[in-house]
Design a binder for this molecule. Structure first.
Ligand code: ADP
Ligand code: MG
Length: 250
C-alpha cells in the first residue's frame, strides 16, 4: 500500500497518460483530503478534464498511482465501480430531465437507476421527503420545485444537476467549469453553494472564472502541460511568475 495516501480521499502520484504520443498528463501528483474543496485552474489543454477522466475511470493512465480513500486502486476499476465507490461527476452540459419537475428530477436521482414510472408513482418515505427538501434548499430551488426543469435558467439547471449528484451522496464530487454561461449573480451563488457542499463531501472544481475561484476561498492547483505548476492560495498562485507567464498574463 502507498503510505503517503493515508488519510486522503483522492491521491494521484506520478500519473501520466499519452494520446498518440502526446503527453496530456505528465507525472501529475495531487492529494485531496476528506471534505476538502480544491480549485483547479490552468490554460486550455493543460489536462484538467483528462485528470477528471482518469479519476472517473474513463481514461486509463499509462503510469502512476490513483487511489480513492487511501486503499482503492482506481486504475483497476471501471467507471460504474468508481461511481459506486462514491465519485460523482458533473459535466459542463447539464443533463437534467427537461420534461420532469425539479422535484421529480431529484427523486429519480435519489432512487438511483430504476424504472422512471415506478419511482414517480411510489410513495415517498419521510426520510426521502426530508432529503429532497434539504437538497431543494441547498440548490436554491425550493420555490421552483413543481416547475418543469425545461423552464429553469441555465444556471438553475446546473444547480439542479449538482443536487441530483448530491442525492447519490458521493464522497468526492468533480465539477468541470460549472459557472460557464452563468450570470454574475448565479456565479457567486454557485460559489456559496459549493462551499456549503464541501465538508460533507470533497469537491474538485475546474474553472476559468477567477472571481469565482477567489470566492471559493480554497487551495488552488494550477495545471500546465499535464502537471502541477503551482499550488496554494489564490493570492499565492496569482503572484507566481510562472503562473502569470503561462496563464494569467495571457
Ligand atoms: P483542459 O481540460 O485542461 O482544457 P484536456 O484535458 O481536455 O485539457 O486536454 C489535454 C490535452 O489532451 C489536449 O491537448 C487534448 O487535445 C488532449 N486530449 C484529451 N483527451 C483526448 C483524447 N481522448 N484523445 C486524444 N487527445 C486527447
Ligand atoms: Mg477541460
Amino acid at each position: 500500500m502507498v503510505t503517503a495516501a493515508q488519510g486522503s480521499i483522492l491521491y494521484l502520484d506520478g500519473v501520466s497518460v499519452s494520446f498518440d504520443g502526446f503527453r496530456a498528463i505528465n507525472s501529475l501528483s495531487l492529494v485531496l483530503k476528506p471534505g476538502e474543496m480544491r480549485a483547479i485552474i490552468g490554460p486550455n489543454g493543460a489536462g484538467k478534464t483528462t485528470m477528471m477522466d482518469i479519476v472517473t475511470g474513463k481514461t486509463r493512465p499509462d503510469a502512476g498511482d490513483v487511489l480513492f480513500d487511501g486503499t482503492h486502486d482506481l486504475t483497476r476499476l471501471d467507471e460504474a465501480e468508481i461511481a459506486r465507490l462514491g465519485v460523482g461527476r458533473k459535466f459542463q452540459k447539464p443533463t437534467v430531465f427537461e420534461t420532469l419537475s425539479v422535484e421529480d428530477n431529484l427523486l429519480l436521482a435519489l432512487k438511483g437507476a430504476r424504472g422512471v414510472l415506478d419511482v414517480l408513482l411510489a410513495r415517498l418515505s419521510g426520510a426521502e421527503r426530508r432529503r429532497i427538501d434539504e437538497l431543494l434548499g441547498l440548490i436554491r430551488l425550493g420555490d421552483r420545485r413543481a416547475e418543469m426543469a425545461a423552464d429553469l435558467s441555465h444556471g438553475q439547471k446546473q444547480w439542479l444537476e449538482i443536487g441530483m449528484l448530491l442525492a447519490q451522496d458521493p464522497k468526492v464530487l468533480l465539477v468541470d467549469e460549472p459557472v460557464a454561461g452563468m450570470t454574475d449573480v448565479e456565479t457567486m451563488q454557485t460559489a456559496e453553494l459549493l462551499r456549503e457542499v464541501a465538508g460533507a463531501h470533497s469537491v474538485v472544481v475546474v474553472e476559468h472564472d477567477m472571481a469565482f475561484v477567489r470566492e471559493l476561498g480554497v487551495k488552488v492547483s494550477v495545471l500546465h502541460e499535464g502537471s502541477v505548476l503551482a499550488e496554494g492560495s489564490i493570492d499565492h498562485v496569482s503572484a507566481d511568475q510562472k503562473v502569470i507567464d503561462v496563464y494569467l498574463g495571457r
